[in-house]
Every structure is written in C-alpha cells, then in structure tokens.
Design a protein around this ligand. Structure first.
Ligand SMILES: [Zn+2]
Ligand SMILES: [Zn+2]
Length: 679
C-alpha cells in the first residue's frame, strides 16, 4: 500500500532580535590582500564597521557613537554620553571592539578572518624583489571545540597561502611561548581551556595566555559566557587585549542581563560596570519607563552591535513543509500500550511527589516512557522487537546509581535546560554540545540528586568535597554525572532498543514514517541531494536498512564516526554523485558543517528544542546555496509528537518576552506536572 503524504506550508519562524537590527548603510571596505575569496558586499560593510570600532570612540561625531566630545568654548568642553545624555569632564576609557550579531548563514567566520587579515600590512621588499606580509600582533580566537576544525577549514580555504599562519592552543596542542618573530597570527583555543588555565594559575599568578596583551580577542558563540556567575566568564573577561569582539547570533537570549555580560567582557565604559548598566537600562524598565529603556537600547545597539537581517544576502527560497503520517493499526496499538503505561508512571510520580516521599526512579521512568512514545513514532514495531518492557518495572531497581542519574540528566536535558542549584548557571543541550571533555576542563563531574537537584562541575570544584544537600529529609542521594560532549552529544539510547543493523527489511516491516521518507526520496530528481536528521542513531539505523532494501546508497555522520573520518564523509557527500543521501544525528549536524550541496532536508521527528532544528537546517540554507531549499518535517498524526510541536511553538513565542528585564522570561519552562495534560 502506498501512503500518500499531505504537505502543508508552515509559517516561517520569527526572526529573533529584530528590535535591535542595525540598518545603517555602511560603505564597503577594501578587500584585504591576504584573503583570496572575494568578500560579499555585506562582509565588506562589516569590515568597515569593525575597522571604525577599532579606532576607538568617535569623539568627533564622525559617526554615531556612545561618547562624543562637545566643546562649549575654545579649549573647554565635555564628553557626552549619547545613550543617557549625561556629561563628564574626564575622557572616557578607550574602547575598541563590539558585537557581531548577524544571524546564522551570513559568513561571520570569514568576516572575522578578514578583519585579522586587514591588520597585515603589505610590505614591499624591493631589494629582494618579492613581497611579504608583516604581522602586527596576534589575535586570540576562543571557540567551542567543534568549531576549532571549522575555523581551520575556513582559514585554509580563504587565506592566501603563506600570508599568515595559525595554530591551536587546546588539548595536547599547547602554545609554546617564544619570542620568535614568526609567531602565528591567529591562535585558536576553547572556552574551557581558558577557564582551566585561569583556575590552575590561581587568581593572582598570570601565565600562558593571560601573560600577554593580545592584538585582538574574538569570542565565537559568545553567548556561552552569558551566565556572569560562572568562573568561565570570569576567566574570559580577565584576558588582556587591545580589541575585543563578541560574535553571537543571540546577544540577548531572554533577558537584558544577557547583554550586560557581553558588555562586561568588551569593557565598554561605563556599561561594563553592571551598576551603570542597571542605572541606565534595567532600572528604567523596572520603573515603568520601558519606552525610554528600549530607545536607549536601540541607540546603544546602533553603535556597538552589527546585526543585519538574514535577508541581507539573497539566499534561494526555502520551502518548509509538514509531513503528517498515519500509524498502521498495529503500530497504533503498540503506541496506545505505551501511552497507558506512561500515564500510570506519571500518576505514580506525581502522587509520590505530593506525599513528599520521592519514590524515584519513577521520575526517570516517566521520562523514559515519554521517550518510548516518541521512538515508536519513528521505529514502529521495531521498537517492540528490541525492547523488553520488564526491564522498566520500577520495583526492579530503585537505587540511585550513576547510570540512572546520567540517564535522568540526559533525558531532562533533551526537554529543558537544567539549572545548577548553587550558582543558577543553566545547562542546556545546545550548550552541552559545545562543551569540552572533562580532561580539558580539568574539572570533576557534576552531581545530580534523586530529586533532580543539579550541581555544576564548577560548584562541585568550589565545594571541595563538601556534600551538597536537597530540601528533603533525609537528604536524597547524589550521583556523579557527566556533562561532557561525549555523553551529552547524542540523545541517549537504552541498549535494549538498539537496532542491530540487519541488511535488508521486507517492505511490510518498514515503519510507516520511514516508508513515507523513502517514498519521498525516490520521487526526487536524480541530481538532488538530501540530508536526513534524527535525534536518535537507532532511527538512522532503521532508515539505513530501509534504504539498502531499496538500493539507495547513503552516508552516515553521527557520534560514532571517528573525528578524523568525518571530513572524508562530508567530502564524499559533496563530490560523489552517487551518494545522494546523508543520514545525520541532529546534534552532530547542529554545529560547524556546510552542507549546501544538499537542497532537501528531512527532519524525522520534532525535537523539544527548536533552536537545535534551526541550527541544523542552517547547514543547508546558507551562503553558498544556489538552489531552492525544501525542508520537510515528519510527525505522526494524533500522537505525542504533536504535543512536542506545541512546546516548540511556545518556545519560539518566548521571543516576545525577549527584551524583558532581568529575572523575567524564566519560570516558563515545562515541568513534569504540565506534561500530565499533554500526553
Ligand atoms: Zn554551579
Ligand atoms: Zn531531595
């Protein structure tokens, strides 16, 4: 039986932060000679913006800036803060840098490389008859680990060979301190490396990367430091440099203080001081002068933040489609079984909670059952054949052990950020993707209690062995959990449901959703390449078997593919015309890859975190894409997946409280209680 797929157009998602979009029409800077790729117009304009900002405050009013010098009489003037209209006699501290906040897909990395390249002066050595670039200082680039490779790839691609060099300062590749004149122009390192060096050096001793004054410091994905309580932010802010740049698509996540943290790193006088920021912005807001606060924020953003709408570049159109699929009767029956069980577990958990005798691991059971419902939507009857229900009997194992705690944390992170009970730092799945391994961090593991109280690694370190407590009597047990990239990278999968990669499957065995996918793939033109995303490797296993049955070759890219083989997979997908389908886990696809060779993207299931989906789709719909892009989102009609989509919608609507003052925009998170009404 052929299943027809109904396609409905979805509404495009609202652009974040339109409120602070900078519209100024900047002139184009010259193409730096050390860059061999021709820069696009908007990149040359960004270069102008950055070069101006690196000249320091425009006291002469040449272009709008935070500070301006106004002369009342000859030789007698004062400095005016154009944001708050306050005056002062003394010259404000120098500041060079700013925030580059263009949305994904506008080629921010190349733009930042071009800025560094524009430092290099073309020195003609007439006597020797050749030309050489002379460097004027080093730029430190701080990135999440998955982006180290992306930066290196982009440097190789765009920099004129021999024009300047770069190196890593990470893991075993540590910077060697020499006075050699031929030092690399760009040093790439990670947030955790900086944080670990700071911790090891102690607050007073300055060594390594803290002992230098950098020509420039660039934070890529700078929102990582947004929690100003964290030691990492403290370490990053302590670095010394002439110019400081924060690169992030989301300078404000959901409250004003997100921006305050970036201003602190940038050392923007006077707003690097939280009290000044609060006085001129936050307090106005709290006192009901929201319009004035917003006006000031726009003025500040106009001076310091470069953010153009994603329509700045003419990308080919993107069609977003929804693909509802119906269960087969047998699949529906299995789904209803699991749904019933989930409701039982949930009642059990909520009842236990009310009685204040937390009978865990029933909480983990609830989360597991919910995940089970979602997996049946992908795997159909394969879920049953691989899954032993008796293993989930809550009476089977009730001790809070490491494995259970890890599973609970991973499942919870899938849905919502987890907050540290000590420092309130929040850990979300997008962040944990960007994490370093514990060895690099030089940290111990985090802790999670049976009642889901979380203590982050930094706070565990600070406690120095003192055991954390929860509100219960007696205190619930805590177990160590890892938040490193290795465990949190991909959605956890209980071994019991691992699909054992059978070579072929008969068409009547194929889960309805996967059958629908294959049908669509077969209908595509033979020169069209597609990327298929799923949260779970198991789903990709079943898809792979299905594709084999239909003689459709495909490539895999997930957490099990060793780091050094990954470039080969991507190269093959780009250049081998017979490889038309790439199967990716959502988490692997979310950062750093360029997959513009594909023009179709299939999302096998809705994910709790819409940002992760947007990031994945931006791998395909970005600069360099020449064809119209189609995205197709599968979901099972009348299933829990529809609830997940509602949660996505709610999270996207958080945009409306985007500019709410500090403290608001929180407490919006789903809790288990509210799940009761959605199952
Ligand atoms: Zn903490
Ligand atoms: Zn407790």
């Amino acid at each position: 039986m052929t299943q027809l797929v109904e396609l409905t157009n979805t509404v495009p998602t609202p652009e974040l932060l339109d409120a602070i979009t900078s519209a100024q029409d900047l002139p184009e800077a010259d193409q730096p000679r050390a860059i061999r790729t021709k820069l696009a117009r908007h990149q040359k304009q960004a270069l102008t913006f950055m070069q101006r900002r690196e000249e320091g405050w425009a006291f002469n009013g040449k272009h709008p800036d935070v500070w301006e010098y106004v002369e009342h009489r000859v030789g007698d003037g004062s400095f005016v803060n154009r944001i708050s209209d306050s005056h002062q006699k003394e010259q404000p501290e120098n500041f060079q840098g700013g925030i580059i906040a263009d949305p994904m897909g506008l080629g921010k990395t190349l733009t930042m490389i071009a800025l560094t390249a524009s430092d290099l002066m073309w020195v003609s050595l007439a006597r020797r008859g050749n030309n050489e670039f002379a460097s004027v200082g080093q730029t430190l680039v701080i990135v999440p680990p998955p982006l180290l490779g992306t930066w290196e790839e982009q440097l190789t691609e765009h920099v004129e060979p021999g024009a300047f060099s770069w190196c890593r300062h990470h893991g075993n590749d540590r910077l060697i301190t020499t006075n050699d004149a031929h030092q690399p122009t760009i040093i790439l390192t990670t947030y955790h490396t900086v944080s670990a060096e700071w911790r090891n050096a102690g607050e007073s001793a300055r060594s390594g990367i803290f002992s230098r004054r950098w020509r420039r410091i660039i934070l890529d994905e700078a929102h990582i430091i947004r929690n100003h309580n964290s030691q990492m932010a403290h370490a990053i802010c302590s670095l010394d440099g002439d110019s400081r740049w924060a690169v992030t698509g989301t300078p404000i996540q959901n409250k004003l203080s997100d921006l305050a943290t970036l201003l602190k790193f940038l050392r923007i006088y006077p707003y690097s001081d939280k009290r000044c920021f609060d006085a001129d912005f936050t307090n106005l807001w709290k006192n009901g002068q929201a319009n004035e606060a917003l006006k000031r924020l726009k003025r500040l953003a106009g001076c310091l933040i470069l953010r153009r709408p994603s329509t700045t570049i003419q990308l080919p159109e993107r069609r977003d489609l929804l693909c509802p699929v119906e269960f087969y009767p047998a699949e529906r029956e299995l789904y209803q079984d699991i749904r019933t069980r989930t409701i039982e577990r949930l009642d059990e958990f909520l009842y236990a909670n009310n009685a204040d005798t937390v009978r865990l691991p029933s909480y983990v059971n609830v989360l597991q059952q919910i995940e089970g419902m979602r997996m049946v939507c992908n795997l159909g009857l394969y879920y049953r054949s691989r899954h032993d229900f008796t293993a989930q009997d809550p009476s089977a194992d009730t001790t809070w052990n490491n494995a259970m705690a890890q599973r609970a944390l991973d499942l919870q992170l899938e849905m919502n950020p987890v907050r540290c009970k000590d420092c309130k730092a929040s850990l979300d799945v997008a962040f944990s993707l960007l994490g370093d391994t514990p060895e690099v961090q030089g940290l111990q593991q985090a802790l999670l209690s049976q009642c889901m109280k979380f203590v982050c690694p930094e706070c565990v370190f600070r406690r120095g062995g003192a055991p954390p407590v929860c509100d219960h009597t007696p205190v619930c047990p805590f177990a160590p959990v890892s938040i490193s990239a290795i465990t949190a990278k991909e959605a956890p999968e209980p071994a019991a449901i691992e699909f054992e990669g059978r070579d072929l499957m008969s068409p009547h065995e194929m889960p309805s959703k996967i059958k629908s996918l294959i049908l669509q793939l077969k209908n595509l033109a033979c020169d069209t390449k597609s990327v298929v995303f799923s949260t779970w490797r198991t789903t990709l296993d079943v898809i792979e078997a299905g594709l084999k049955t239909e003689d459709i070759p495909c490539l895999r890219f997930d957490g099990k593919i060793p780091q050094k083989e990954r470039p080969n997979v991507i190269n093959r997908f780009r250049h081998d015309p017979t490889c038309r389908v790439l199967l990716l886990t959502l988490s692997c696809g979310a950062v750093g890859l360029t997959l513009t060779v594909a023009s179709y993207a299939f999302l096998m299931e809705p994910h709790w975190n819409p940002t992760l989906e947007d990031q994945a789709l931006a791998r395909i719909h970005r600069m360099g894409q020449t064809r119209e892009v189609t995205t197709a989102r599968f979901f099972i009609r009348d299933s829990f997946e529809e609830r997940v989509m509602e949660v996505q919608e709610k999270k996207r609507k958080l945009v409306t409280v985007l500019l709410a003052p500090h403290g608001q925009g929180e407490g919006e998170e789903e809790d288990v209680g509210s799940l009761q009404f959605s199952i």
